[in-house]
Design a protein around this ligand. Sequence first.
Ligand code: LCS
Length: 393
Amino acid sequence: MNKEKSGFNTKLIHAGEIHDQFGSATVPIYQTSTFSFESAEEGAKCFAGESDGYIYTRIGNPTINALEHQITAIENGFGAIAVSSGMAAASTIYLSLLSSGDHIISTDAIYGPARGVMEKQFVRYGFQSTYINTTDVKAIEKAIRPNTKVLYIETPANPTMDITDLKACAEIAHKHNIILVVDNTFCSPYLQNPLDLGADVVFHSMTKFINGHADIVAGVIVAKEEKMYKQLRNMMVLLGCNMDPHQAYMVHRGLKTLSIRIDRAQDNAMKVAEFLENHPKVAWIKYPGLKSHPQYELGKKQMKGNGSMISFGLKTGFEGAKVLMNNVHLALLAVSLGGVESLIQHPASMTHSKVSKEDKQKAGISDDLIRYAVGIEDVNDIIDDLKHGLEKC
Ligand code: LCS
């Protein structure tokens, strides 16, 4: 049986597994910084790239490689590069694919720091950036300049839940010789495979659904083609934003239950979204599973499920949001998402607080927006918790 070519759940459990001499059922943790060579000749061969042996953990390590094989198999790429965080993935991509004077077009409602690092740091290295509402495909084409090298999409976007058409983006990007990069964090490879829809590079904050247990910060980049994979890996090794073997082991372990965690979380999320949509104190809600979502049909086409992230606002605006956040007791008032526990947060004052007021407004990150990451608890308890909190609003 070819485990790499098998079904999604079989890949989750078996892709990248290591068969050691003891018959270990799980991936061993090779907690070592360096690897010894049998001879000087063997060492020279490894450094010349003529042998596959391991050299140094920043360059490669069997535990980290096991995780990379697992991710490559479920994201349908040529190869994966595990890194220390989702932001390390974003920065490695920016620094690998852009040179001074190059331009990037990106979704305006993306994870705040992924925009902040470009506008406040990389601008010093001559990178140009334009942030637009990428749900409007025509606006993307209009924003293209002769020096545009990368189109960087986050869908669904954090925190607006806007959905961008990936196939249409791939068509536009490739027509203009532009690389399409997709942040697939909100879906995970279980719900969306951007490489199959035409993207060239995909990345994840594995801190979220892929690890799934709120105990690790990690990231991964997946490239569709060998040349791009080598370019990205080379930059990662030189920047030194590699994972640690123990971190890789933890993610490898968490990833095995990805599909059953997401199945449960998105079943819960659908019920929570229906409850919120019908609640008299709720002014608006955006959840891909509700027909009221502006890109409901597109979501059905390119995503294999609705996910477990919900954005909504109350009729009492930001004041009401504060009261709700102070009066829920099951959901943790915390940033992050994609773990087994439910979390609630306020993007305008938390995850996206460094985005200027004007840019937040343009991107649809309103002051009343509450982001709820639905966990895998009993859904009646999640709804009761929200019901009691909303009574106080
Ligand atoms: N991409 C997305 C879509 C994210 O949501 C995050 C983190 C990142 C990239 C960066 O990943 P990290 O370096 O944190 O692993 N999102 C967070 C959030 O919404 N709340 O806290 C972190």
